[in-house]
Write a protein that binds this ligand. Structure first.
Ligand code: BGC
Length: 353
């Protein structure tokens, strides 16, 4: 009897621990941009699982492959279906103004997930990683790996950014340039393609093949190659771009003995494999479990009428005012620390890498 009681008590405690603050259950809409990139599948499934653990009823939708009209439609349906909070990772941060008027009218709080939704006063909160720091980590990695402070001869670099409709790109770029601009200004870093603005370096939909094509064009126009014009580094803003760049360089004859420094972001499995093989130098680890957890906390607090935890109330203005935000910490991942960051933490199993 006693045993039965303590088992029950333990079960009750476990439920309380899992359910954290969720006294109320609600219908929650979650709109994700695409299933074609690993991270959004993880973001979506982590969030669904955690929201369900909190007792909520979850309507998780993926907008085809980054299809803006599909995302607009899905959000419209979530509003009509009476979801009480809607979480959105926008494809195009500026394309949701009209549809979100419906959320505002019905007083449905909207949480912008990872990417800020612009020009809409329906956005209540924003949860993301410190996007400026992501860019700074990439820039600083290049400065350190090339030992730029002690270099006397200039070295060559190329840039691969994401699409201009993703607001994060501005912050990744700002962070990277806060570190790299002095070296570009002093002439220690040269960009032989001449493509130096984030618009010129943009990659439509963060698409791997687009990045690969642009790298192939740059290789042939500049004449980069292991025996030709030397390329010291490529700042790729995420792993899909890094992967496209890597493919193009491998096809030109580079290998893991002479590969330029290549940055990335997300710690996608193919990128981590490339890091282990010596093809990609680093990625930025953004633990999607942490972000999902933070958003679930936000949802629970909203549903229960409690104060929502934020840690940044100055950085992210979406055109209607500053959106109270929670920024999670990104971490640089390399061959030296990927095991502790990714395997020991249970993010990946060793045999997946
Ligand atoms: C995210 C990155 C991701 C990229 C492509 C960005 O907004 O912050 O983590 O790699 O979108 O999906």
């Amino acid at each position: 009897m006693k045993l039965k009681f303590s088992a029950l008590a333990a079960a009750a405690l476990a439920v309380t621990m899992f359910a954290t603050t969720a006294a109320e259950a609600a219908k929650i809409g979650v709109s994700m941009p695409t299933q074609s990139l690993q991270r959004w599948n993880q973001d979506g499934s982590n969030m669904k699982a955690m929201l369900e653990q909190s007792g909520h009823d979850v309507d998780l939708q993926y907008a085809g492959d980054n299809d803006i009209p599909t995302q607009v439609n899905q959000i419209e349906n979530m509003i009509a279906a009476g979801n009480e909070v809607i979480v959105i990772a926008a494809i195009d941060g500026s394309a949701l103004t009209e549809v979100l008027k419906g959320a505002k009218e019905k007083n449905i709080p909207v949480i912008a997930y990872d990417r800020l939704i612009m020009n809409s006063d329906a956005v209540s909160y924003y949860a993301t990683f410190d996007n400026t720091k992501v860019g700074r980590l990439q820039g600083q990695y290049i400065v350190d790996a090339l030992d730029l402070d002690n270099k006397t001869e200039p070295v060559n670099i190329e840039f691969f950014t994401g699409p201009t409709d993703d607001n994060n790109v501005n912050f990744f770029w700002g962070g990277a340039m806060s570190v790299l601009q002095p070296y570009l200004d002093s002439g220690k870093l040269k960009v032989p393609s001449g493509q130096t603005t984030k618009e010129q370096c943009a990659t439509l939909n963060w698409n791997l093949e687009e990045a690969q094509k642009r790298m192939e064009n740059i290789i042939s126009s500049v004449g980069y190659g292991p025996e030709d014009t030397p390329l010291a580094a490529v700042l790729a803003q995420n792993d899909a771009c890094a992967n496209g760049v890597t493919n193009a360089l491998l096809a030109t004859g580079y290998d893991n003995t002479n590969m330029p420094i290549i940055t990335g972001q997300d710690c996608d499995k193919p990128a981590v494999k490339n890091i282990v093989r010596g093809y990609q130098s680093m990625s930025v680890f953004k633990d999607t479990r942490t972000l999902a957890q933070q958003v679930v906390k936000m949802v629970d607090a909203i549903v229960n009428g409690q104060e929502v935890e934020v840690n940044d109330t100055t950085t992210y203005n979406n055109g209607t005012g500053v959106i109270p935000s929670y920024l999670c910490e990104p971490v640089a991942a390399t061959k030296d620390n990927y095991k502790s960051l990714l395997i020991d933490s249970g993010y990946y199993k060793a045999d997946e890498i």
